[in-house]
Ligand binder design. Structure first.
Ligand SMILES: Nc1ncnc2c1ncn2[C@@H]1O[C@H](COP(=O)(O)OP(=O)(O)OP(=O)(O)O)[C@@H](O)[C@H]1O
Ligand SMILES: [Mg+2]
Length: 440
């Protein structure tokens, strides 16, 4: 992409309504624009990040054997009457009436709709296990939308639902989700810690939330400091193996880590040596639930067992805050000059700054690099605008691309360009034809 042809409406001033770094930086970097309270448009740079996050989620869900679907945002109230949640949900649900006076709603989550799909098409244990998921917009009429996309009213969420014959199988699905989520967050360069949580309006017994530690997080958390040393890493896992998935769950959840809703000071003191007790704040970027037959029973989602009986399926639901992740990633990765994207989710991986646009040699070298890096498979943003070098550097720092290549007549006389790392600030002089190799 050439910056002269891109749409990157960066703001010079810091927007006064933004209280936390990620919100400020997303507005300043031209990633989002507020449409109304808690509702945002995603501009090209922001949308690119959102899609990269989404792609990682899809890839990791596929690896775990989960199948993508897409369900509507507008649903009829009928199914919600059946489950009993239409009245229980309260004012967070956006209720809509259509021209025929039918009660509709904008989906805050989709347990009912997916259970309806399941009961219409699945009748036998032979079709289990089954996990379906979607990445779709949700609406919750939050009392206090704030912090930009972190607590929106409309937000983008991955929501997955498992259907299993037995509780044991459903708990395996739970563990499988835990593993796939650990991998998903780590691929984004994020550490998200599974913590014991409260189940809220979704309902259920077993539930963990995934929290990214951050001072600006809305949740208060208590944990054993040893837990921050755990890494899933590059290990291979057989998602069909109950034992392997359970072992990962045990490894990542045996140490004390709870949100304020489930925190117990006495247990904390008893189980964790004082030197390792931590109290901090965190951003909830995901949650997994096992809730058994809470929806399948009232909604009649049953299957035939091998011996011919009819039983309600065991279910769970599992969510990732896709749009919130864009903010959480920035909370975890920024400095005083702007965003510092991890490579995997960066909107572009490399920025080329031509410090003397209009100079024939600099232009030719920049063009050459742009073509070569693009051909080598990198996502490149070439700043080809007629702008001062200082302004170009400031823009690159603000939008936080991991690598910057600076091209100017002085370096080119020596046959080199400068390759700079956004995170460390370290630079090296390098021949233009070696940049692609160096980056890979
Ligand atoms: N208002 C929101 N804005 C942005 N993301 C959200 C919002 N509400 C929930 N999410 C994200 O969707 C994920 C799954 O939804 P879930 O039903 O668990 O939310 P929740 O527990 O009600 O969230 P919270 O406690 O933050 O209100 C959450 O872990 C979070 O990352
Ligand atoms: Mg939650």
């Amino acid at each position: 992409m050439r910056l002269s042809r891109y749409f990157l409406p960066v703001l010079k001033e810091t927007p006064s309504e933004a209280q936390i770094a990620s919100h400020r930086l997303m507005l300043r970097a031209g990633m989002i624009k507020q449409a109304s309270a808690g509702i945002y448009s995603w501009l090209p740079l922001g949308y690119k990040v959102l899609r990269k996050i989404e792609t990682i989620i899809h890839e990791e869900q596929a690896r775990a054997g989960h199948l993508p679907v897409l369900m509507p945002t507008i649903q009829s109230s009928d199914l919600w009457q059946e489950s009993g949640r239409y009245d229980a949900y309260g004012p967070e649900m956006l209720r809509i009436r259509d021209r025929h006076e039918r009660d509709m709603l904008f989906t805050p989550t989709a347990e009912e709709l997916i259970t309806d799909i399941f009961r219409a098409h699945v009748a036998s244990y032979k079709d289990l296990p089954l996990t379906l998921y979607q990445i779709q917009w949700k609406f919750r009429d939050e009392i206090r939308p704030r912090f930009g996309v972190m607590r929106g009213r409309e937000f983008y969420m991955k929501d997955g639902y498992n259907f299993d014959l037995t509780k044991e199988d459903a708990l395996h699905a739970y563990n499988r989700h835990l593993v796939s989520y650990l991998r998903t967050y780590e691929r984004m360069g994020l550490q998200a810690i599974p913590m014991r949580a409260d189940s809220g309006p979704i309902g259920g017994d077993d539930t963990h939330e995934f929290l990214v530690l951050a001072e600006t997080g809305e949740s208060e958390v208590f944990y054993d400091s040893e837990i921050t040393e755990l890494k899933f890493g590059a290990r291979e896992i057989d998602y069909d193996s109950h034992d392997q998935c359970r072992a990962v769950l045990e490894e990542f959840t045996s140490r004390y880590a709870r949100t304020d809703e489930t925190h117990d000071e006495a247990v904390f003191a008893e189980r964790v040596p004082e030197a390792r007790r931590r109290q901090a704040r965190g951003i909830e970027v995901g949650q997994i639930f096992y809730f058994g037959t809470k929806y399948s029973e009232p909604m009649g989602a049953t299957v035939q067992t091998p011996d011919g009986k009819s039983v309600p399926v065991h279910m769970g639901s599992h969510g990732i805050g896709v749009s919130r992740l864009a903010g959480a990633l920035i909370e975890a990765n920024h400095d005083e000059r702007g965003i510092v994207w991890p490579w995997e989710v960066a909107p572009f991986q490399v920025g080329i700054v031509n410090v003397k646009q209009g100079d024939a040699t600099a232009d030719a070298a920049s063009e050459g690099l742009y073509k070569a890096l693009t051909a080598a498979g990198f996502d490149v943003l070439y700043d080809d605008r007629e702008e001062r070098a200082g302004a170009k550097f400031a823009t690159m720092d603000l939008i936080g691309l991991p690598k910057r290549v600076t091209v100017g007549p002085r370096g080119l006389e020596k046959g080199v360009v400068e390759l700079t790392d956004r995170r460390t600030g370290e630079s090296e002089e390098i021949k233009p034809e070696l940049v692609a190799e160096r980056l890979s």
